[in-house]
Design a protein around this ligand. Structure first.
Ligand code: ANZ
Ligand code: ZN
Length: 816
């Protein structure tokens, strides 16, 4: 027998799969299954941490293929974005060059991993044939009032010289370069995602196959609050000051009013504020980052404006303060402060000596006792005029209605969600199709003039600001309405626009006269299985759901949620050579394992086995060299086991051994099938390792037919995980078609039902009982069963450790 030589085997099979166009799907036919791995940003080098996502996807894909299913599994490139532009500026090359070279590298890497995609469906979002449809979509949304230009305080990165979405500000710094972000008032383009807030919430309830964690994150991001606007009157100025509250029941407990430093009233109070440093102070607050202002334990700061506001419920005049914890872009930017029942207000009142007035009494509370903290729980109203004695929730309803009836308030639903700011002052993105005309104002580019192409006459080396502004051929144009000289918009779109609908383009990327093939989308949407990182839990998935709903309203897609099932794989971490700690694998942490080196040493199959064996794929897992070596040893064993088939005699020599082997085969098929269906290849691999043991034990005892059946079954089960070695062994066993066409093995439930195993139960190393159990019991159930059997040996003892050897032993170590 030849030694196991992955270097010889792997390229050969990669070529074979390519030549067979294994992954090609004709999407003119009906859908059976559409699975998708999030398309990557072509940043160049992929490390083994990235591999986890794609290898898991390929494992499932091959499993489905072997089950005879027609599966669409496409791949492409999220190819616009800042790193390409930054690289271009640094090296004076075109961002496109950098991007295309990276795409080639990454494509080669996918191939070396043995990953199969339908490359016929490949797309790159930086191609005009793709981004023109971003522009088309934008025009349609503009027409419907869903895209608009507005002024907003924006996060500005002084280094990248571009606007950042809130989500792109991480800990006060720019997500891309880390520079401290500042606030700036600018005109920008927005997409009106807030109009879809309720539908984005409601849709989550119809996604049973999404991780609960992601749904919670999305709900919090949308942040729906039911409350009430109440108008106070500013004393002396005679103007109204509207506050937003979710606790109108506490309004008799309000002892001051607080406004955001950006609130127009804050500036008006320059004339009345008693402190000389008032305005300097307000300006300083404005420059605090959102994080400083919102942080729960963060310092609460404020100044008295010298103004008073009248509470319409009781006519009380309350001092108006400017406070850093009040945000201008939520609610009305003004609040009534109730120190007795709100923690922030309480902390603020303590600091500045403002009164605390209790108006909601919880069980056992005394209204005259001094509070040591805000009471935020339920209770009955006191000191609240005609509303005293009511239950707090009842009072909320009654008081909101009272305000409405008297014309000084209204019930209101507010959202934390903000409209999606899509303007970026960068080159490498989709040009926003708008033109500024001195006479006509802002004019949409006519649909017939699409695409608005990125200009090529730009020298990138050392450029500052937005490169698009440096191209006269781009900026100088004529007005589509009046024909006069006009200026073209130089903002480009956030790349999250590109990724919000790419899954539709994949279905048939060869249509050239439409955004996507509506007829095929009707049959292929939604995506059945969507695999990607948890880092996309909010933005990408929220934007995709939004755009998909917009397309639904345009009548272009058949349903209103794009991804039926979502699976988030966990990160791979490794010891950092810099911090010495376990950290997410990344170049900056010096803990990257390059697949090329790994493959050169062990082969891609070893990387695949190890990656899928590391633990449940949704959990974080640590990469270790020993683990890799272990995976390689397993493949060596599988390779060597081929001898068991060739050396076996014709007949079984031991009937019991033959029966044992048959049972092991069926049990493994059942386990692997179930594990792959629930996306847990790690436990499937463990089961295959046991099957390999069973085959080894049966050597010399069972005949060739039984041996071949067992070994071939092992190869089939292992194929989705280690595709190259299994194809090679399959060929060595005399088959001339691919394992992918060999069908998925089935198992005999009745045979398994007859089988029971005996578990030995030990306590502190002594055998205390045995129990009969179904084979393949998991650790938790085995432990329960064994604990019952061990009975008095465990009584009154503390269990410090439990060892479980599946189907053989449960051993307790106890104290006391
Ligand atoms: C009075 C009050 C009394 C409040 C009480 C709470 C408890 P969510 O759930 O997040 O919507 N608030 C309103 N606008 C604000 C802004 N722009 N910046 C900071 N805080 C703001 O919370 C709504 C509550 O947060 C509102 O209800 C208001 O404080 C505060 F015992 O009004 B409340
Ligand atoms: Zn004009």
């Amino acid at each position: 027998r030849e030694p196991y030589d992955p270097q010889a085997i792997e390229p050969k099979w990669q070529e074979f799969w390519d030549s067979q166009r294994i992954a090609y799907v004709d999407t003119a036919q009906d859908k059976e299954l559409y699975m998708l791995n999030m398309f990557p940003y072509p940043s160049g080098d992929l490390h083994v941490g990235h591999g986890r996502n794609y290898i898991l996807g390929d494992c499932l894909f091959r499993y489905f293929l072997m089950n005879g299913r027609r599966v669409l599994n496409p791949m492409g490139w999220d190819a616009f974005g800042l790193p390409a532009e930054n690289a271009a500026i640094k090296r004076n090359i075109h961002p496109r060059e950098w991007t295309i070279a990276n795409i080639a590298r990454m494509k080669r890497q996918f191939r070396r991993w043995g990953i199969l995609y339908d490359w016929d469906k490949e797309i790159a979002s930086c191609e005009p044939e793709y981004y023109r449809w971003n522009q088309w979509l934008f025009l349609k949304m503009w027409e419907k009032g869903l895209a608009y230009r507005g002024t907003a305080p924006v996060n500005w990165c002084p280094s990248c010289r571009t606007v950042l979405a809130n989500e792109q500000v991480v800990g006060g710094g720019c997500e891309r370069c880390g520079t401290e972000v500042v606030q700036k008032e600018l005109e920008q383009w927005f997409l009106r995602i807030t109009a879809y807030a309720d539908r984005l919430l409601e849709g989550l309830d119809r996604l049973p196959n999404w991780p609960e964690k992601v749904k919670v994150m999305q709900r919090n991001w949308i942040g729906r609050s039911v409350g009430c606007d109440v108008q106070f009157t500013v004393d002396g100025l005679g103007e109204k000051l509207t506050i937003f509250t979710t606790r109108v029941d506490t309004i008799f407990g309000a002892t001051f009013v607080a406004i955001a430093p950006e609130h127009p009233l804050a500036e008006k109070a320059k004339a009345t504020a008693p402190d000389a440093d008032y305005w300097d102070f307000v300006v300083r607050l404005k420059n605090q980052t959102r994080l400083q202002r919102e942080a729960e334990g963060g310092e609460k700061e404020g100044r008295f404006t010298g103004l008073y506001a009248e509470n319409p419920f009781n006519g009380q005049k309350l001092p108006i303060w400017v406070a850093n914890f009040v945000l201008m872009d939520y609610g009305t930017g003004a609040i009534m402060s109730v120190p007795a029942h709100d923690e922030r207000d309480f902390a603020f009142a303590r600091k500045y000596g403002l009164p605390v007035r209790v108006v909601v009494l919880g069980p056992g509370m005394d209204e005259n006792a001094e509070l040591s903290d805000a009471y935020t729980g339920p209770g009955k109203l006191v000191n609240s005029g005609q509303f005293s004695g009511m239950d707090w929730q009842q009072a909320q309803e009654a008081m909101a209605s009272f305000a409405e009836a008297n014309g000084f308030g209204e019930k209101k639903v507010r959202y934390r969600l903000r409209d999606w700011l899509i303007s970026r002052q960068r080159y490498w993105g989709t040009p926003i199709p708008a033109i500024y005309c001195g006479d006509c104002g802002i004019v949409p580019v006519p649909e017939a003039d699409l695409p608005v192409l990125l200009p090529t006459d730009i020298a990138f080396g050392g450029i500052e600001g937005n490169p698009l502004e440096k191209s006269p051929s781009f900026t100088q144009t004529t007005c589509p309405r009046c024909g006069k000289k006009a200026r073209r918009e130089t903002d480009t779109m956030d790349t999250f626009v590109d990724s919000s609908w790419y899954y539709l383009r994949f279905i048939n990327p060869h249509v050239h006269d439409r955004m996507f093939d509506v007829e095929r989308a009707r049959r292929w949407m939604p995506v059945d299985i969507y695999i990607g990182g948890i880092e996309h839990a909010i933005l990408h998935l929220m934007y995709s759901r939004f755009i998909y709903k917009v397309l639904y309203d345009f009548g272009l897609v058949p349903n209103d949620e794009p991804f039926a099932l979502l699976f988030n794989q966990g990160m791979i971490v490794a010891k950092s050579s810099i911090s010495g700690k376990l950290e997410k694998m990344s170049k900056s942490k010096g803990n990257v394992v390059a697949p090329d080196e790994l493959i050169a040493r062990y082969g891609a199959d070893t990387e695949r086995v190890y990656t899928l064996f590391m633990g449940p794929p949704e959990k974080e897992a640590e990469w270790t060299d020993e683990g890799v070596a272990g995976a390689h040893r397993f493949l060596q064993r599988v390779w060597a086991l081929q001898d068991a088939v060739f050396e076996a005699g014709e007949a079984d020599r031991d009937a019991a051994a033959a029966e044992r082997l048959a049972v092991a085969v069926h049990r493994t098929v059942k386990k692997v099938t179930e594990d792959l269906q629930r996306f847990h290849p790690n436990t499937a691999i463990a089961a295959m390792m046991e099957l390999a043991n069973a085959i080894q034990e049966a050597r010399g005892l069972v005949g060739a037919a039984a041996m071949r059946h067992a070994y071939e079954t092992l190869l089939k089960l292992l194929h989705p995980i280690a595709p190259h070695i299994t194809e090679e062994l399959w060929r060595l066993l005399g088959h001339d078609s691919s394992l992918l066409r060999a069908g998925w093995p089935s198992f005999d439930e009745a045979l398994l039902a007859k089988q029971k195993v005996t578990l030995a139960v030990q306590v502190n190393g002594k055998l205390r009982a045995t129990v009969e159990a179904d084979p393949g019991l998991d650790a938790e159930r085995a432990r329960e069963l064994a604990a019952r059997a061990a009975g008095r040996w465990l009584e009154g003892k503390e269990i410090v450790k439990v060892v479980h050897v599946p189907d053989k032993l449960v051993s307790f170590v106890v104290k006391g």
